[in-house]
Design a protein around this ligand. Structure first.
Ligand SMILES: Cc1cc2nc3c(=O)[nH]c(=O)nc-3n(C[C@H](O)[C@H](O)[C@H](O)COP(=O)(O)O)c2cc1C
Length: 367
């Protein structure tokens, strides 16, 4: 069965291939009367574009968004919003080999099995990080919807290879610093070390992984639809749809397994007449429902699979064992470019649930 759409009230359908004519999104279920300009989406897409630095792919894409439908006189109409970004800087030459000699760690082999060899292998086709343009487009709209409730979504890099940000980072530093360095880290001294980590791997024809943290502030208690559309399961599903995500954790994450109940439980308190918890090991979600505390989620990314280092693979034509040294243009680390993507994913799920829970009307304001 197909799996190119996600969401219940706000539905994202993602289309396009890395080296096809365009990549794009159809977003259905956006309330009518939301002010929306191409510029609103462009600002978000610019955060995902590769920088002109050695820590990202040399592929140069302008990523200029075109809104094709669903917006009239600067407002959403309630009809599906179709947006595209044309692919321009395309070099498919290195990909001839991958249908025959699949890259270890990439989707070349599994896609070939699944689609009988008809899938577009150029640039990874549907399995390229480029499809996340659609997630960011959806995130741009979601953020505007969440803005109506005063919800803010942030994201930052907290680990690259073995370099980690230790302790909590003030929200102010995330807002101010993330886009001032190429690794999207909120702590400038750590950012320097992360850059070195990437360059070192890259010089050896290798790659590194890492962790992105996404945070949502001012989320009201009550979002989430237990049992099977619980807020944490929907957020986790959306994040696992980002290519190269290998793990998702909330709040204290996997560390909670080694805590005692007395340490793991977040004690309740009342502050300014509001129910809060004194710690946030739950990451803002209990029983699949938001509890009013910040939503805190981290996604672990594997190292970029395409590397120029020689690796063992198989030749599917001759059915013999072989080697591959892949020479395409690649991000030596996916993490920096995934920061706005993770932020968009969290925003999208929250907007979908805010509409489902009735926090957002179907018409924002009558014309
Ligand atoms: C923003 C972004 C950029 C990516 N860039 C690359 C890349 O340059 N080269 C590569 O091999 N994989 C890249 N990936 C990862 C692959 O798309 C992914 O590993 C592949 O589809 C296999 O899927 P899986 O890792 O989820 O199993 C990128 C992923 C994202 C989110």
């Amino acid at each position: 069965m197909n799996g190119n759409s996600i969401g219940k009230a706000l539905v994202l359908t993602c289309f396009g291939e890395s080296h096809g004519k365009c990549v794009g999104a159809v977003i259905d279920g956006c309330p009518a009367g939301l002010p929306l300009k191409e510029e609103d989406v462009q600002i978000e897409l610019n955060k995902r574009r590769p920088g002109l630095t050695a820590v990202s792919t040399p592929r140069r894409e302008e990523d200029r968004v075109e809104i094709i439908s669903g917006v009239y006189k600067g407002y959403t109409t309630g009809a599906p919003i179709c947006m595209i970004v044309k692919n321009r800087d395309v070099d498919s030459t290195p990909y001839r080999v991958v249908s025959i000699k699949p890259r270890p760690g990439h989707a070349d082999y599994t896609a070939r099995v699944k689609y009988g060899g008809y899938n577009d292998p150029r640039g990874g086709g549907r399995f390229s990080g480029r499809i996340t343009v659609a997630y960011v487009m959806a995130g741009a709209i979601a953020k505007k919807i969440l803005g109506l409730l005063g919800i803010e979504v942030l994201a930052h890099t907290v680990q690259i290879g073995n370099v980690k940000v230790e302790g909590d980072v003030p929200y102010e530093s995330i807002r101010g610093n993330v886009y001032s360095n190429p690794v999207r880290c909120a702590v400038p001294e750590v950012a320097e070390k992360m850059i070195k980590e990437i360059l070192e791997a890259s010089r050896e024809g290798d790659s590194v992984g890492g962790v992105v943290e996404a945070i949502a502030l001012n989320v009201p208690a009550g979002l989430g639809e237990p049992i099977f559309d619980s807020l944490d399961s929907d957020i986790a599903k959306m994040l696992f749809n980002i290519p190269a995500v290998r793990g998702v954790e909330f709040g204290a994450g996997f560390k909670i397994a080694s805590m005692r109940g007395s340490e793991a439980n977040d004690p309740y308190a009342i502050r300014d007449g509001k129910i809060v918890t004194l710690t946030n090991n739950a990451g803002g979600i209990l029983g699949g429902i938001s509890n009013g505390m910040p939503i805190l989620v981290r996604a672990a990314f594997k190292p970029t699979p395409s590397i120029s280092k020689r690796q063992k693979t198989v030749n599917l034509e001759t059915m013999s064992e072989d080697y591959i040294e892949f020479s395409g243009r690649h991000d030596p680390c996916i993490v920096p470019r995934a920061v706005p993507v993770a932020e968009s994913c969290l925003a999208f799920v929250l907007a979908d649930h805010a509409i489902r829970a009735g926090f957002i009307p179907r018409i924002i304001k009558n014309a």
